[in-house]
Structures are given as structure tokens and as C-alpha cells.
Design a protein around this ligand. Sequence first.
Ligand code: NAD
Length: 439
Amino acid sequence: MNDSASEQPAELLARLRATFRAGTTKPLTWRTGQLHRMRTLLTEHGEDIAAALRADLGKSSYEAYRSEIDFVIREIDHTLDHLDGWLRPEPAPVPAHLGEASAWTQYDPLGVVLIIAPWNYPAQLLLAPMVGALAAGNAVVAKPSELAPATSTALARLLPRYLDTDAVAVVEGGVPETTALLEQRFDHILYTGNGTVGRIVMTAAARHLTPVTLELGGKSPAFVDRGTDLETVAARLTAGKFLNAGQTCVAPDYVLTDPETARALEAALTKAIEASYGPDPATSPEYGRIVNERHFDRLTALLDSGRQVTGGAHDRATKFIAPTVLADVSPDAPVMQEEIFGPILPIVEVTGLDEAIDFINDRDKPLSLYAFTESDTTRDRLAAETSSGGLGLGLPLAHLTVSDLPFGGVGESGMGSYHGRYSIETFSHRKAVLAKPLS
Ligand code: NAD
């Protein structure tokens, strides 16, 4: 077994590339074998990973399983169920001028893939892309986030015990280690994180003409229409926004609604938050913590960006910030200038759908757009007149649990996508083949 921790990036790449060149990773049996082993790792060590997630983010066990461990198991199972079919060559019609001939496309693995993960879902966002990269027949270098150190250590310890270390390596570390990796030539890089580092990754990749998938973030709006059942809306907004203490890339970032609905929604959200986390969320076992002091300080500076409807309590020693709703928030307020990525939900008032659409289109294309409405016309207009990575009608976050939907952003929220068969598209080259008999 190789110790990738002591290897220089160039040596590591040479070793993994040699494995790929030898054809080790191409057979379907190798690919499915790796997925089965990752599944075994997750079932045998789910508790270790959940403990690491608790240490890094105060994640409850329920959240750790639902949004990370079981999430990846579902992705593995879906891939195992369908991989054979996804990889099947697809015949293409041959034009008459070629006479007797046949044509098809086949999926070729790319080679050695680099996956760089962030801290907020540090297990899911490292492992789910790995499922696709391995299923597509690639060797993989996985770089967990240094900002979730317990999860990084756990995965660096466990993955080599289960996966083929000739083809899969985990490299821990921060900026210097990632920078050193990015100097190497990879065949694809999937980066999840913020747009500033996304640009660094893309610049480094450009030197080698390496294709990139950038899974970025941004401010995902939630439009609440007049006349919707606000009890349901508030419960679903609360579940989507305050999961992982708001540190979710697809969390509803802010609410757009008319003044009258805003007033009623304030009361409904206050009730829904209390129903989920009790009168004192600091004591709720289901409620997470902010990842570090830097983010805690950034978030508490946003707490007076509007009128506090509920929440506002915070404690630096435990990195606790209560689920907070802010009303009467101006589009110019500090909380509206950057992705919040924390448990603060501003309500911004608009006159109605037209202004909401303009508000969305005046800003960067979001990773997700959410809408709560009973009106088909409103749904159709939002779908047709705005652009976002995904669109959630009536339910935040859940679209990314549908394995047959691509997960990815557009514009500032990213490029490319993955999950299910879209991971095969991302981590393969679709080769065009033409065959004409010689006689
Ligand atoms: P982070 O700080 O953990 O960074 C992500 C990765 O980039 C880490 O592995 C880190 O080591 C590496 N990195 C940091 N600085 C670097 C540099 N200068 N050069 C090279 N590599 C570097 O995570 P983050 O960026 O704070 O994550 C939060 C952001 O990620 C939010 O914007 C969020 O919306 C977004 N996000 C997107 C998704 C998605 O799937 N689209 C998922 C989660 C988070």
C-alpha cells in the first residue's frame, strides 16, 4: 500500500497515471467494486464520520446521516443500479454518402481527476463526486477541506483502507497543498467552494487545458406569492434555511415577497422556528454551529441589517447563532451584498412578481431559485424568465436529492454539473466512432 501523505504531488500523479495507463480502472468490475467498498466504508464507519461532523460543525447524527452519509449511499446505489446502461455505446445514424458503415459514441474515462471539497458538507461533497469519477473509470485525487479538520482526518484515514490506493489518493491540507496539486496536470478538476477560489482553480487548470466543473454558491432567492399557505411555506423555509445552521450552498438566502405577505410570514416563521428548535435553539440537539470564528464574526456583523423578527442571540465561545429572521431589509443592506451562508433570513419586499423577476435578473444567476405559489402562470413565468442552477417549486433543497437531476450552477454559481448519469457525462469523454468495412 502506498502512503500518499508523504508523496510529492508530481510523484503521486505519476503513480496514479501509471495505474490508469495500465487499464486497471477501466473494467466495470473495478468501478463497481470501488463503489461497493465505499458503501461498506460508510456502513461500517458511519458513526465515525458522524462524530467527525459533530466535532467540525455540531451536526446532529440525524443531519449527518440524512445529508451526508445516507446521501452518498443513495448516490452509490443509484449508480450501481444504472451504470451498465449509462456506459452502453449509443448508436448514431450514418449519413447516406458514407454507404455501408456504422457509428456510435462511447464513454472513455478521462484519466486522473482532482476533487476539491469545501467544509460545509465535507463528507458528501468529497464522496459524491468521487462516486461519479470512479464509476466513470478514473483515478482520483481527493482533497478534503482543512476547515473541517475532523472529517478531513477521518476520510484520509478511512478511504485508503477501503479503496484501491494505486488509483485513489487523499491529500489533506490547505492553500499550499492545494496550490501544489493545482500545478500538476489533471484530466478534470471538480471544485466545490467559493467563486474567488473557483477563479484560482480555473486559472491553474487553463495552463494545462484541463476542463473544470465549478460548484459555487451565491444568493438563492425564495419568492413567496400572495395567497399561499404560509404555515407550510414557513415550515419548509425553516427546514431548508436552518439545516446545518444555514451553511448550505442551496439554502434559501433571502425571501422576496409583497409587504402584506411579509407581515404574515414573519409570524409564521417565528412559529415554525420554535416548533423545530424549541424556545431556546442553543439547547436543541438538532441545531448546528458556525464553522469557525471568522465566519461567526462575519455573520454577527450582519445581524442588524434589518428589524429582528426572531433570533439574534449569539455566543462566540460556542459559535452559536440563533435562527434569525430580519424584516424591512433594504436591497442595499450589508446582508444583501454577499451570500449569507449562515442562519440569517432577510425578508425583502417587492410589489409583486414583475418586481421579483427584475430583482433576481438584476443580480448574479443563483445556484437555486425557490418559489412558493399556487399559480401555474407564476411558476411558468419564473421558470421561463429567470436563470438559475436549479429551480425548487414549493420545496427548497430537495431537487438535489433527485439522482436523475443534474446538480450544478450557472454563471457566478458555477459551471458543469454532476450526480447520477450527469457525473458520467462530466468525468468521461464521449468519443465519436465511425466504422466502415474495408471490403
Ligand atoms: P473552503 O474554504 O473549504 O474551500 C474549498 C476548498 O478550496 C478547500 O478544499 C480549500 O483547501 C480550497 N482552497 C481554499 N483557498 C484556496 C486557494 N487560495 N487556492 C487553492 N485552493 C484553495 O470552502 P468555502 O469556499 O468557504 O465554501 C463555501 C462556499 O462554497 C460557499 O460560497 C458555498 O455556497 C459554496 N458551496 C457550493 C456548493 C455547491 O455544490 N455548488 C456546495 C457547498 C458549498
